[in-house]
Design a protein around this ligand. Structure first.
Ligand SMILES: [Zn+2]
Length: 417
C-alpha cells in the first residue's frame, strides 16, 4: 500500500520516495512508490500529472507521469509516458504539475461548499460529483429546482468563499464520526476516516485534495441546470475556470453586440426583433415568389406552340432556387393541361425539376435518371414529377434541349398506343 502524502498536505508539490516496483497495465508502464503526493483518480476528482526523476541535477531525465490511478490493493499506479529508466529501490524525486492541482482543488473544494449550500437551504443532498475538462457538475437528489433556488445556493456558496473559512483535514474513528453530523459518511479506510471540515459550515468524509481556506476557491459560478435520471444536474465552475468562463462569455457577448450595434444587455431584445423581422421577410418573400411563379407560368405556356397537343417548356433560371422552380413546375402542370416542363436552376446548388400535366404519356423519373447519367449527380421521382441535383451544369442547357427534341419526336407513338 502506498503512503498518500496528499492526505495530510494538499499543497505538497515536491516529494521524495523509493521506487518499489515497475508494473504494466494494458502494456502501459506504471511505477509504484512507497509514498506519493500524486493524486489518483477517485471520488469524482481526476488525477494529477507531473514528473519523477532519479537525479536532481539533470532536468532532461525527468520522466513525465501522464496518469495516476489506484488498484484494488490500495497501491497507486503512476503511468509513465515511456519505459522508466530506473530500477526498483531507486530513490526518486517527484514534482506535481501545480496549476492542474490548484485547479482541481478549486473545483473540488467549491463542490463541497456548493453541495453543503444545497443541503442547508433546501435539504437537497448531492448524489454524485463529476469533474470535467471544462466544467464540473453535481447531481442533486431532487426532481425540481428553480432558478431562484440556484441563485440562492450560488449566493450562499460565494458568501462562504468570501468569509475565507478554514478548511481542515481531520482523521477520526468511525465511532467518533457518528456523533459529528457528517453530510456524507464514507467507508472506513485504514482504520480512520478522513474528514474535510469547512469551519462551522460543512463536515464530510472525502479523500480528495482541497484548499486550506475557502477564499482560495476564488468564485463559484453556476452554469447549466439539467434534468437527469437521478434528479437535477447542476454544472459549475470555480476559481480560475470561473474567470476563464466569464471572459469567454463576455467576448461572445461583445462580438454579438457589435454585430447588432447594441449594448450587450439589450441583446435578447435585439434578437427577438431580428426573429420578428425575419418572420415578416419570409412571409413577404413567399408572397413575391408565388406572384413571380404565376407570372412565369402564364408567360411560359404562351411561348411555344403546342406540338401534337403537348406544350413543351425548357427553361433554366440562373437566379432562382429549387423552391421556385418546384413551385413553377406545379403551377404550370396543375393550371394548364398538356404541359411538360423541364426546369433547372444554376444557382448553387444547381437543381432540376421535371413535371408533366395529368394525362401526359412521359416518365419524368426515367427522364431525370437519363439526364443525370450524363451530368452526374443524384435524383429521381415519379412518372409525373422528378427532382435532381446535377453534379455539373456547364452542359445543362444542351442536354435539356436534346432531351426535349427527343420528346417532341416521341409523344404520338407513345400516346397512340
Ligand atoms: Zn472532497
Amino acid at each position: 500500500m502506498t503512503e498518500r502524502l496528499y492526505y495530510v498536505d494538499s499543497f505538497l508539490y515536491e516529494f521524495e520516495a523509493k521506487l518499489v516496483e515497475i508494473t504494466s497495465v494494458d502494456s502501459r508502464p506504471a511505477l509504484i512508490l512507497d509514498r506519493t503526493a500524486f493524486y489518483p483518480t477517485s471520488g469524482g476528482q481526476v488525477f494529477d500529472t507531473g514528473w519523477l526523476w532519479a537525479d536532481g541535477r539533470n532536468e532532461s531525465e525527468r520522466l513525465p507521469i501522464v496518469e495516476v490511478a489506484e488498484d484494488e490493493d490500495g497501491r497507486i499506479l503512476h503511468f509513465a509516458a515511456k519505459r522508466p529508466p530506473f530500477a526498483p529501490g531507486t530513490h526518486l524525486y517527484g514534482l506535481i504539475e501545480k496549476e492542474r492541482r490548484l485547479d482541481h482543488m478549486q473545483q473540488h473544494s467549491g463542490q463541497h461548499v456548493l453541495s453543503a449550500a444545497f443541503v442547508r437551504l433546501f435539504n437537497m443532498p448531492t448524489v454524485s460529483f463529476h469533474m470535467g475538462v471544462e466544467s464540473s457538475s453535481i447531481d442533486l437528489d431532487t426532481k425540481s429546482l428553480t432558478t431562484e433556488q440556484l441563485r440562492d445556493a450560488e449566493t450562499l456558496a460565494n458568501d462562504i468563499v468570501l468569509e475565507n473559512r478554514r478548511v481542515d483535514i481531520r482523521f477520526v474513528t468511525q465511532e467518533e464520526a457518528r456523533g459529528l453530523g457528517l453530510r456524507k459518511i464514507p467507508s472506513l479506510e485504514h482504520g480512520k476516516l478522513r474528514l474535510i471540515d469547512i469551519h462551522d459550515f460543512d463536515l464530510t468524509g472525502c479523500g480528495g485534495t482541497h484548499v486550506a481556506n475557502t477564499g482560495q476557491i476564488g468564485c463559484i459560478l453556476l452554469r447549466k441546470l439539467e434534468k437527469v435520471r437521478q434528479g437535477s444536474r447542476v454544472e459549475f465552475v470555480c476559481g480560475k475556470r470561473a474567470l476563464a468562463t466569464a471572459r469567454r462569455d463576455y467576448a461572445a457577448l461583445v462580438e454579438s453586440a457589435a454585430l447588432c450595434s447594441a449594448h450587450i444587455w439589450d441583446l435578447p431584445q435585439q434578437v427577438r426583433r431580428f426573429q420578428e423581422d425575419a418572420r415578416r421577410s419570409r412571409k413577404a418573400n413567399d408572397l413575391l415568389v408565388g406572384e413571380l411563379a404565376d407570372f412565369w407560368a402564364a408567360r411560359l405556356v404562351a411561348e411555344p406552340p403546342p406540338h401534337q397537343g403537348t406544350i413543351l417548356i425548357v427553361r433554366i433560371f440562373p437566379d432562382q432556387d429549387l423552391g421556385f422552380i418546384k413551385l413553377l413546375a406545379q403551377k404550370l402542370t396543375k393550371q394548364t393541361p398538356g404541359v411538360v416542363a423541364l426546369l433547372g436552376t444554376t444557382r448553387e446548388p444547381p437543381s432540376l425539376v421535371f413535371a408533366q400535366s395529368a394525362g401526359q404519356p412521359f416518365d419524368m423519373g426515367a427522364l431525370m435518371k437519363e439526364v443525370l447519367s450524363r451530368l452526374g449527380g443524384r435524383g429521381g421521382g415519379s412518372k409525373e414529377m422528378a427532382q435532381g441535383g446535377p453534379a455539373q451544369f456547364q452542359d445543362l442547357e444542351k442536354v435539356l434541349l436534346e432531351i426535349s427534341a427527343k420528346l417532341r419526336d416521341q409523344p404520338s407513338s407513345t400516346s397512340s398506343r
